[in-house]
Design a protein around this ligand. Structure first.
Ligand code: ADP
Ligand code: MG
Length: 736
């Protein structure tokens, strides 16, 4: 019987409580609520965690001792008892018609309640033999209920909520029966037909059916492909709408990009720009001349030459009669930017508007908390009058008491500590009416598809080419525990089992000493201690003592860690910078903000404790001069993942490639972070597995939004965005 009424959209399912279902009373509804399933929409988007393919299952009679297998069984009996030491032991006998099997659990008393007689379960484990009887100890159990299909969905279930996979399957089935044809009205499809065609997608109806009640694994994968796209497309449409909305409402400045200052700056550079720098500057210039404020992310490895691109961007502001600001996350970095940018721009002058035919030197100031009161006053007044052309500093730059005469460009170094709110606050810091152009720089590259999602409302430029003449850093991995005493014994007794490549260690310290005898300098990074700063400091001190009395005996060694006073830290850094120290032993405080071209060796102890990005950043502290550099990783890979991490560092010096590997190893959780909180309805899609779908969804979203900014041709999609986005976003994007 076909239904003449129009199909329903997902919003309808969101209006219906799970209590509408047969068999869901208050108690079950409570359990569902614990799993955040309140509505029928929550239920049908509660996707199976995995599928049991019954065509692949074994029969008990065929199981061989020592083999791992999954079998579908019925529970015959279960009993619990206490064994020696007060432990509980639950034993079940299960069978499948071909034979029977004993399964045993220790200290999981709740198994007695789970494995009641008559229940069906899929069990997976290693087959053993005990007194002639086949058995499995602590197998993985999936309760599946009385199922006859070939492919059985297994839903995420928790013992505490009292929900069973087969209950969920039952409720999902009822929901689908009432929603999908032939018994229901069917689901509206939010995708425009041309997209369905282009990607050869199955319908929404078929997709929900295929993900929950598949006939084959091929059906699951088609269903997944469709639903993953739907999730990613919603997200991308929202991001692109947001981007376009900002562009529409914000009034920016039309900068001049071929002014005298910028031209004399590029003209006086002692080297040619890299292709990547030219491309990035081209992309930025195209933004600067438009009246729409720029929001652009500049990604580039350490040493790729981002500073230069930033300076060119700031000079365009000054050429256009405005000011520029550069914000760094720490005082040290701000100071470093200040001194290197001053040097880059020395000798440049700007037209003096107060006197005819006269020029005055370009004025660059540093505003940080270390600036004294008198200087601060002078700088603040220069910002207000417009006499200061470029201000470099920390967050102090956008605090309330700071006002610019006319802020044209803002460069933010390291986006991690700079949020959307601060971007918005910038406009208030300027007497000018227009929003400044914003360039965000990061030296922690993230993969392209991840950037599209995490920074979907920014444009992205990439410096994927290092300036010529760099000698690549050679990376060596010595398989040994990170902390050894003079005799070469591991300090952590637990490390006793780990490999110990003594020859490798010897070669490493030989390399360190020989570089020093050639006049070079060395960093030694101490083991990373998570427990507390106090322990980390102690560990750094003991590493320092150990090295000074053994491998680095007689050399000039300095120590830096989190508890060294700022004055002492400055002094140590200065000594290292000026070559009065051969070796700097340090915790990760040297990760950012140190630039000593004469340092050519980086030793990282206990390297397996660091993440890929951090190791890459640390390694970037060497290889900054004309001498060949080496990075030594000392670490015993204790897991396949740490093995893969360290090997990746040995194999590649390309930050983007490493970022891809990192994403593969760790998943997207680490990348999504703060920015995505609250507006992430990615239940099926994975930025890692579904890279191509991310890119396809982005393209499709741009195409759609640019053709139909009000989403008038796709009302179902528009309603769906409202449904899935958080309320403020929906308000902003769809009604505004
Ligand atoms: P990043 O900020 O990306 O880590 P920097 O801007 O600090 O890199 O540049 C690193 C070094 O490379 C600096 O000493 C800079 O002067 C130099 N450099 C930048 N661009 C070029 C280029 N096109 N050719 C040669 N050297 C360059
Ligand atoms: Mg830099």
């Amino acid at each position: 019987m076909s239904d003449e009424r129009p199909p329903v959209d997902l919003g309808r399912l969101a209006d219906l409580s799970v209590k509408e279902l047969k068999g869901v009373g208050d108690k079950k509804a409570k359990g569902l609520a614990k799993a955040e399933i309140d509505t029928l929409l929550d239920l049908v988007t509660h996707y199976p965690r995995k599928y049991l393919d019954r065509t692949k299952e074994a029969r008990i009679a065929e199981l061989m001792e020592g083999e791992e297998a999954s079998v579908l069984v019925t529970v015959d009996t279960t009993s619990a008892r206490r064994v020696r030491g007060g432990k509980s032991m639950v034993t079940s006998t299960v069978s499948d018609g071909s034979g029977s099997l004993k399964i045993t659990f220790f200290n999981q008393p709740w198994r007695e309640r789970q494995l009641t007689a008559g229940r069906q379960a899929m069990i997976y484990g290693k087959v053993g033999l005990y007194r002639g009887q086949r058995q499995m100890v602590s197998p993985v159990i999936d309760l599946v209920g009385d199922k006859t299909g070939r492919i059985i969905p297994v839903y995420p279930q928790s013992e505490k909520s009292g929900l069973h996979s087969w209950d969920i399957a039952e409720w999902v089935a009822e929901t689908l029966r009432r929603t999908l044809p032939p018994t229901g009205r069917g689901l509206a499809d939010p995708l425009p037909p041309y997209l369905l065609d282009e990607h050869d997608f199955i319908t929404r109806d078929a997709a929900f059916c295929g993900i929950h009640q598949p006939e084959s694994m091929a059906e699951v994968s088609e269903a997944r492909r469709r639903l993953v796209f739907d999730e990613l497309f919603r997200l991308q449409v929202a991001l692109v709408l947001r981007k376009r909305a900002i562009e529409r409402t914000a009034v920016g400045l039309r900068h001049i990009v071929d002014g005298p200052l910028l031209n004399s700056f590029t003209g006086q550079l002692p080297f040619a720009l890299t292709g990547a720098q030219q491309k990035a500057i081209g992309e930025i210039s195209a933004d600067l001349v438009r009246q729409i404020p720029m929001h652009r992310l500049l990604q580039g490895d350490v040493g790729a030459g981002k500073t230069l691109v930033a300076v060119a961007t700031m000079l365009a502001a000054v050429d256009s009669g405005h000011q520029a600001a550069m914000m760094a996350p720490t005082e040290v970095l701000a100071e470093q930017h200040y001194s290197s940018i001053r040097e880059l721009l020395s000798g440049l002058s700007v037209e003096d508007t107060t006197s005819l035919f006269a020029d005055r030197p370009l004025r660059i100031e540093l505003l940080s908390n270390r600036v004294g009161t008198a200087d601060r006053k002078r700088i603040l007044s220069g910002l207000i009058t417009g006499d200061v052309d470029i201000a470099i500093g920390t967050h102090a730059l956008i605090q309330e008491n700071v006002m610019f005469s006319s802020l044209g460009v803002v460069v933010v170094d390291e986006q991690h500590r700079f949020g959307v709110e601060q971007r918005a606050a910038l406009r208030d810091r300027s007497y000018g009416d227009a929003s400044p152009d914003v360039l965000v720089m990061t030296a922690t590259p993230i993969p392209r598809t991840a950037a599209m999602t995490v920074y979907g409302d920014l444009d992205v430029s990439v410096l994927d080419e290092l300036p010529p003449g760099r000698t690549p850093i050679k990376t060596m991995w010595v398989r040994a525990p990170g902390r050894l005493d003079q005799t070469g014994t591991s300090i952590d007794s637990a490390d006793g089992e780990l490999p110990l490549d003594l020859a490798g260690l010897e070669q490493m310290w030989d390399d360190v000493r020989s570089e020093i005898s050639e006049g070079r300098q060395v960093y030694v990074v101490c083991p990373l201690i998570d427990e507390s700063e106090k322990i980390e400091v102690a560990s750094a001190e003991s590493t320092f003592d150990w090295l000074r009395s053994s491998e680095l005996d007689g050399l000039r060694v300095g120590l830096l860690h989190g508890r060294v006073s700022p004055a002492e830290k400055d002094e140590t850094m200065e000594m290292f910078r000026t070559g009065h120290l051969d070796v700097l032993v340090a915790t990760t405080v040297i990760e950012v903000g140190v630039d000593v071209p004469n340092a050519t060796v980086m030793v990282i102890l206990d390297a397996d404790r660091f993440g890929i990005a951090q190791l890459h950043q640390l390694r970037g502290r060497v290889g900054r001069g004309s001498h060949a550099s080496t990075c030594w990783l000392v670490g015993a890979a204790v897991t396949p993942e740490s093995e893969a991490r360290l090997q990746a560092l040995v194999d590649s010096t390309d930050g983007f490639e490493l970022a891809e590997i990192d994403l593969d190893l760790r998943g997207e959780g680490t990348i999504m972070g703060e920015r995505q909180k609250g507006r992430n309805d990615l239940k099926l899609a994975s930025l890692r597995r579904d890279r191509e779908a991310v890119a396809a969804a982005r393209r499709a979203a741009i195409q759609l939004v640019d053709a139909d900014p009000g989403l008038e041709t796709v009302p179902e999609l528009s309603r769906e965005l409202e449904l899935f986005l958080n309320p403020e976003d929906a308000e902003f994007l769809l009604k505004g």
